[in-house]
Design a protein around this ligand. Structure first.
Ligand code: GLU
Length: 304
């Protein structure tokens, strides 16, 4: 069976599976989605672009954006970045405050909210027009014209963002946030509100399978070593408190978001994106994880 046939077969199978997940409800607007949506899209280095289901529908990528903001900050600051945020899995919930207090405001990794807030702060300090500049950076990574912020989602999250505000203020008290917390939070909510489709995501993340070179114009975004490091952080920290299990069952670096999206990268081969909005108990797409688990089992190619 070729890749297209495997994707179609697994899609047809998993679409019928009883979805035990639930929509993320803590951001009210995230419930405003068709909970049965299910899409998959793959982009490979040998020019295969193939998708099924709702693969062209845009959705809220939420924490998947944390990979992109990290990459932009890394390309601006280089290795100095790691003085502000570490690269260790947290083993706690993505929005937990517990470790921050004992670890002096240095977040465990850039993919938990605390770390992503520090990254947002770094971008705010270095960009003239943070929202526009970040969007421009992301658009350069692929030829996708579809990417944009959702004011509706950003406002919905801001209205209930008590925990993120607590995180940001706590980090500020340890002097690891330079800007005003309200500005950092505003930028962070906009980042998380970015909307894209599975097609857009798989095309965009393909440069991480290509040693850091974009496919559209062969531009080097990260060095080979930096690209390897981003993939390593996705592998160890990309799935909240389910990162170990994802490595165990799927075996690919990747990142999920509470909008139900998952993107995974097979270095030197492909990037694949899956979207199904209902989340399992750990906050990852129920069907998305099921699909990727079966996909790497069927294709029998693993990074391990
Ligand atoms: N904007 C969300 C939050 O801060 C992102 C969560 C996620 O996708 O993990 O809670």
């Amino acid at each position: 069976m070729n890749i297209e046939e495997i994707i179609q077969k697994l899609y047809d199978k998993i679409k019928l599976v009883d979805d035990k997940g639930h929509l993320a409800s803590y951001i009210p607007e995230l419930e405003n989605v068709n909970s049965e949506s299910f899409g998959v899209h793959i982009s490979t280095l040998n020019n295969l672009n193939f998708g099924v289901g709702n693969c062209y529908d845009k959705f809220s990528i939420q924490s998947i954006v944390k990979v992109l903001s990290l990459i932009m900050a890394y390309s601006l600051l280089g290795e100095k970045l790691w003085n502000r945020v570490k690269v260790e899995p947290s083993g706690t919930a993505f929005n937990s405050l517990i470790q921050l207090e004992v670890e002096n405001g240095i977040p465990r990794n850039p993919f938990i909210n605390a770390g992503a807030l520090v990254i947002a702060d770094i971008l705010l300090s270095h960009l003239n027009k943070p929202k526009e500049d970040f969007l421009g950076f992301v658009k350069k990574l692929s030829d996708s014209k579809e990417i944009g912020y959702s004011a509706r989602i950003a406002t919905s999250e801001k209205n209930v963002g008590y925990r993120n505000a607590a995180l940001c203020n706590l980090i500020k008290s340890f002097e690891n946030i330079e800007n005003e917390p309200s500005e950092v939070l505003d930028f962070y909510y906009n980042l998380c509100s970015l909307e894209m489709s599975c097609e857009g995501l798989s095309k965009l993340f393909l440069f991480l399978a290509n040693d850091g070179f974009t496919l559209v114009d062969n531009k080097q975004i990260l060095t080979r070593s930096q690209t390897k490091r981003i993939n390593a952080i996705m592998q160890t920290c990309g799935f909240y408190d389910e990162s170990g299990e994802f490595a165990f069952k799927v075996g690919l670096p990747g990142k999920s978001g509470v909008g139900g999206g998952i993107v995974a990268v097979h270095p030197k081969h492909y990037a694949i994106a899956v979207w199904s909005p209902k989340l399992n108990k750990k906050g990852n797409s129920y069907k998305g994880i099921r699909f990727l688990e079966d996909f790497t089992t069927e294709t029998e190619i693993s990074i391990f």
